[in-house]
Ligand binder design. Structure first.
Ligand SMILES: [Zn+2]
Length: 426
C-alpha cells in the first residue's frame, strides 16, 4: 500500500473532525428541509478552495421545495490532468429530527472521547467528511492523476431522494460518460461493502361498504369487517408464505434475509377527533390499509402484487358485496451490484490493505439513493461504503468514531487509487 497516501490522510485528522462537527451544526432536518442551502454552500466553498468546480442545483417543483425550504444540492468536480474514469462520492446532507432522549445538544457537533456526537454524525455527515478528506489527500499525493473526482451533497434521502439524487440523475449527473463509479458513504461499518437493497412495494388497499344507521347494521355493509377478512387471510396465508421465501442476498440483519410485509396503518369509519363529544352511530363504508412489502431479487414485482390481489379477488367471490380498490404508492426494484464490479473490487482492496481481512458483503434491508443511480442514471457500478454503525442512525446520542472515519477515509483513498490510477500500492 502507498504509505504516503495513508500519511496524507493521517495528517488531516483534525481537519476531518472539524469538518464533521461543522456539518452537524447545520440542522438539516427533513422534513421540512431546514438549512439545506447554507449546508450545501458550506460544502461547495470548501471544495472550491481545493480546486473543485462547484454547482448548486435547486430541485424546483419536487416535493417540499419552497422558497422557505429550497431543495439545494451541491455537485463538485475536479478534473485530473488527463482523461480517465470518474469516481463520484454521493452523500445526503439531510438528517431526521433529533427526537427526545439526548444527553448532548444534537446540533452542537460535540467532540468527546474519540467520537463526534450529533444528529447526522453517522448518518451520514461523518461519511461525507471522510470522502472529502480521502479525495483531498489523494489529490495532494497524486496531482497528475487521470480522470475525475466528484463529490455531491444531496437532499431529501430520508424522504425518498426525489429532490436530491433522483432529480440530479434525471438531469444526467449520475450517468455515463460523466460518471463511471459511485460510492455512497452511508454508515454500513468501515469493513463492510453494501451491494444494494431489497425491493419495495407500498400500496393502499381500500375495502368498500355501505353506510347505514349503527343500530341496524344489517341494512348497510361494514367495510371494517371486510378488512378484517383481508387481515385474517394475510395472517393465515400471506405472512407464513412470505416467511418461507429466503434469499441469496446477504441482507443484514439476518431476519431481513427473507420477504417481509409491514402493515403501516389502518383506518376505517369516522375520524377519531370526535372527542370530547361522542361519535354518531354509523356503519363504515370505507376502510383503508397501507402495506409496506419488501421483496427479494428472486421475486418479481408482478408476482409480489398478485399474491395480494389474488387474496382480494378470492374474498370478492366468497363474501357477499365485498369490493376493494388497491393503489400503488411506491415501487423500487431490488438491487445487487456484482462482487466483481470495479468499484466493489477497488474498495475491497482498500479494506484488505487497512484491516488485513476480506470485507463483509451486505445488502441493506431498506433502500437508499442507490436506487436512483441505477434506475435513472443507469450506473450499476455503485455501492454504499462508509464509517459509522448503522444501528446508531436516527437514535438519540448518535455518534461517529474518529478512528473509524480515519480508517474509512484511507479505504476510500486506496479505492480512488485503484479506480483512477489502477494500483493499490504505488
Ligand atoms: Zn443515510
Amino acid at each position: 500500500m502507498n504509505e504516503r497516501l495513508l500519511k496524507a490522510v493521517d495528517a488531516r485528522v483534525d481537519d476531518l473532525v472539524a469538518l464533521t462537527a461543522e456539518l452537524i451544526r447545520f440542522p438539516t432536518i427533513n422534513p421540512p428541509g431546514e438549512a439545506y442551502r447554507p449546508c450545501a454552500e458550506y460544502i461547495g466553498a470548501r471544495l472550491k478552495k481545493h480546486g473543485f468546480e462547484t454547482e448548486f442545483i435547486r430541485a424546483e417543483g419536487t416535493p417540499g421545495d419552497t422558497d422557505r425550504y429550497p431543495r439545494v444540492n451541491v455537485v463538485a468536480r475536479f478534473d485530473g490532468r488527463s482523461p480517465g474514469a470518474c469516481v463520484h462520492f454521493n452523500s445526503h446532507i439531510d438528517v431526521v429530527e433529533a427526537g427526545d432522549g439526548w444527553s448532548v445538544d444534537p446540533f452542537a457537533g460535540l467532540v468527546k472521547d474519540g467520537k463526534v456526537y450529533g444528529r447526522g454524525a453517522c448518518d451520514m455527515k461523518g461519511g461525507l467528511a471522510s470522502s472529502i478528506i480521502a479525495a483531498e489527500a489523494f489529490m495532494e499525493i497524486f496531482p497528475d492523476f487521470p480522470g475525475a473526482i466528484e463529490i455531491s451533497g444531496t437532499v431529501d434521502e430520508e424522504s425518498g431522494g426525489f429532490g436530491g439524487v433522483a432529480h440530479l440523475a434525471k438531469l444526467g449527473y449520475f450517468s455515463k460518460p460523466r460518471v463511471d463509479h459511485v460510492i455512497i458513504p452511508e454508515p454500513l461499518n468501515k469493513d463492510r461493502i453494501c451491494l444494494g437493497h431489497r425491493g419495495v412495494w407500498w400500496a393502499e388497499i381500500e375495502t368498500k361498504g355501505e353506510i347505514a344507521h349503527g343500530s341496524m347494521p344489517f341494512l348497510g355493509d361494514n367495510a371494517v369487517r371486510h378488512m378484517g377478512a383481508v387481515l385474517q387471510a394475510f395472517e393465515d396465508e400471506l405472512f407464513p408464505a412470505l416467511d418461507r421465501k429466503m434469499t441469496r442476498m446477504p441482507v443484514v440483519p439476518e431476519g431481513a434475509r427473507r420477504s417481509t410485509m409491514n402493515i403501516n396503518s389502518i383506518h376505517g369509519g369516522q375520524t377519531e377527533d370526535f372527542r370530547p363529544g361522542l361519535p354518531s352511530p354509523n356503519v363504515p363504508d370505507s376502510c383503508r390499509l397501507t402495506i409496506d412489502r419488501r421483496f427479494l431479487l428472486e421475486e418479481d414485482l408482478a408476482t409480489v402484487k398478485s399474491e395480494v390481489t389474488d387474496i382480494l379477488e378470492r374474498l370478492k367471490r366468497e363474501r357477499k358485496k365485498f369490493d376493494y380498490e388497491i393503489r400503488d404508492l411506491m415501487e423500487v426494484l431490488p438491487l445487487m451490484t456484482e462482487r466483481d464490479a470495479p468499484v466493489v473490487k477497488a474498495v475491497a482492496q482498500g479494506i484488505m490493505a487497512i484491516f488485513d481481512r476480506e470485507p463483509d458483503y451486505v445488502i441493506s434491508p431498506g433502500t437508499y439513493d442507490q436506487k436512483h443511480v441505477a434506475r435513472i442514471g443507469h450506473i450499476y457500478d455503485c455501492i454504499a461504503y462508509g464509517p459509522g454503525i448503522l444501528d446508531l442512525a436516527h437514535r438519540p446520542d448518535e455518534w461517529v468514531g474518529i478512528a473509524d472515519m480515519v480508517e474509512s477515509a484511507k479505504v476510500m483513498a486506496i479505492g480512488l487509487n485503484v479506480l483512477l490510477r489502477g494500483t493499490a500500492t504505488d
